[in-house]
Write a protein that binds this ligand. Structure first.
Ligand code: FAD
Length: 493
């Protein structure tokens, strides 16, 4: 039985491991952290659980092929319970509040009532969100292994997507906002995603929620990662935690295996890298192996930005579950290189497993850019700790100003920055998603192969923009299918 060694135990690495076992290979995963899961993570503080990933999990509709993939890796099944949330998010501005409800009809009525001057644009937006429900993530096999029949089937499934791309594929969220006259509508269009993101990303994200294909599994992100780990182990996989890998050993055109930071070497017939690609190329293997497009994306920080967050979690001494995710104006605050005048909070009251009875976890997340990563990196350790504490306090003041009922009931649990993601997962500039799809840039997509090395494959969210959990999980499956194809075996797994 050929042995596949997988570097990185995030969702991509775990999925690769499970599909490898399913295909009859021996599979071993090497993960640098004490727990697998990578960015699909959560942790405990003072009796509360901080869930730090799934805002929506694309592929929770059992009629989709992606659902099959999630089921195969043990993430969800027919009995999975989902959070009872009913809106994507809300925006408050100048005394008005509008929401993107999962119910599109309700949203349309509410938005027209709040901004009658934008009725035509609102109806159009809702109609196109309806079209965007047809967007699917190819989950059967890699695009380059698809035949004409597969493309015809995908074309039929996504029949309405070209309309969305034509109307919203070449404008940014900022441009979209300017199509509306009402200031609160303008805020609604730019609050969730940074304004340079393509507008269609917003429509597709909202459509995923609205179509019932973006549920949030109860118990959150860490529990989902642990279900996948359990499945991997039950199938006979070996997971090594606390095992950082130093390099992938390459001789000529062959990856011989891996070398751990402690100097141990492990032999393999195939190696799958499931770490951040910025770490693979340059650290685990020579940078010269990096595909040209990817190199260009890393070089061009303007066209291919990445985003991270300055995040704060709080314990709320009351049931604060009604607030979901809400954006509002705040006193100007400089975090990193930008001054913010808007911020958001998200209540985790939808999942009672995160907090003791009658209490709630609340989080604030301020978007951080490439430049902000540089800002945080330049601080000394003491300055970093001081800055984090100072900014967390400033955010707390602003939250209490917006929600006076929280006065005396809000306690800081934890605070983290783009540096945290870099330290924990070797994430490029602390980004927890792939490259942002901006207007004018090419969607990043590359085959998970390493030119010049026959038995080394690449999985992970960076193989296709904009990344996220669905790309991570299918990329793990696809890496194994590439190995099967190489061995001239059936790729149907
Ligand atoms: C706050 C937040 C919110 C998010 N919300 C969503 C959401 O709502 N929906 C969604 O789809 N996605 C969301 N994501 C993104 C999602 O978490 C990621 O896309 C996904 O987890 C990436 O998986 P991955 O396996 O590709 O990479 P990673 O999770 O980065 O896994 C890589 C693994 O490799 C390990 N590693 C790195 N270097 C080494 C080494 N030298 N040796 C051994 N191991 C190594 C890392 O420790 C890590 O475990 C969110 C992420 C965050 C942080």
């Amino acid at each position: 039985m050929a042995k596949i060694v997988i570097v990185g135990g995030g969702i991509a690495g775990l999925a690769a491991g499970i599909y490898a076992l399913k295909a009859g290979y021996e599979a071993e995963i090497y993960e640098k952290n004490p727990v697998a899961g990578g960015e699909c993570m959560g942790w405990n503080r003072k009796g509360y659980h901080i869930d730090n990933c799934i805002h929506w999990l694309t592929g929770t509709d059992p009629r989709t092929k992606l659902w099959e993939v999630w089921k195969t890796v043990g993430a969800i099944d027919e009995n999975t319970e989902y959070a009872d949330t009913n809106r994507f998010y809300s925006s408050r501005f100048e005394g008005r509040e509008v929401s993107l409800w999962n119910d599109l009809q309700k949203t349309q009525e509410e938005l027209i009532k709040a901004a009658p001057e934008d009725e035509e644009e609102i109806r159009k937006f809702i109609q196109y969100v309806e079209y965007a429900k047809s967007c699917v993530i190819p989950s059967d096999k890699p695009l380059d292994m698809m035949g004409i029949k597969d493309y015809i089937e995908m074309g039929k499934e996504m029949a309405d997507m070209p309309k969305v791309m034509k109307e919203y594929g070449k404008i940014s969220c900022g441009d979209l906002a300017m199509r509306f006259k009402s200031p609160v509508m303008q805020k609604l269009m730019t609050d969730y995603l940074p304004k340079e993101y393509t507008a269609y990303s917003l429509l597709v994200s909202y459509a995923t929620m609205a179509s019932g294909n973006g549920g949030i599994p109860i118990e959150g992100s860490l529990a989902m990662s642990m279900r996948i780990v359990k499945k991997f182990k039950e199938m006979g996989g070996v997971l090594h935690t606390n095992k950082p890998i130093k390099k992938i050993i390459i001789t000529g055109k062959k990856a011989e295996g891996i070398e751990l930071e402690d100097g141990t070497t492990v032999k393999a017939d195939y190696v799958i890298s499931a770490v951040d690609t910025s770490f693979l190329y340059g650290k685990l293997i020579d940078e010269s192996y990096m595909p040209k497009d990817l190199k260009e994306a890393y070089r061009n920080r303007y066209a291919y930005p990445v985003t991270s967050g300055f995040q704060v979690a709080y314990a709320i001494d009351s049931d604060f579950s009604g607030e979901d995710t809400i954006f509002f104006d705040c006193e100007p605050l400089r975090i990193g290189t930008n001054q913010f005048t808007r911020m958001s909070v998200k209540s985790y009251g939808y999942d009672r497993t995160f907090a003791p009875e009658g209490k709630t976890v609340l989080q604030a997340n301020v978007v951080q850019s490439d430049a902000d990563y540089v800002f945080w990196s330049a601080l000394t350790k003491d300055e970093y700790i001081k800055k984090k504490a100072e900014l967390a306090e400033e955010l707390t003041k602003r939250i209490v100003k917006e929600f006076p009922e929280l006065q005396g009931r809000i306690e800081l649990l934890d605070c983290w920055t783009p540096l945290t993601y870099n330290r924990y997962c070797n994430a490029f500039h602390g980004s927890y998603m792939g490259f942002v799809t901006t207007v004018g840039n090419k969607q990043m997509r590359f085959k998970g192969v390493v030119k010049g090395v026959d038995n080394l494959f690449v999985a992970g969210q960076w193989v296709m923009s904009p990344g996220g959990l669905p790309i991570a999980v299918v990329s793990g499956k696809f890496a194994v299918q590439r190995i099967l194809k190489k061995e001239k075996r059936s790729i149907a797994i």
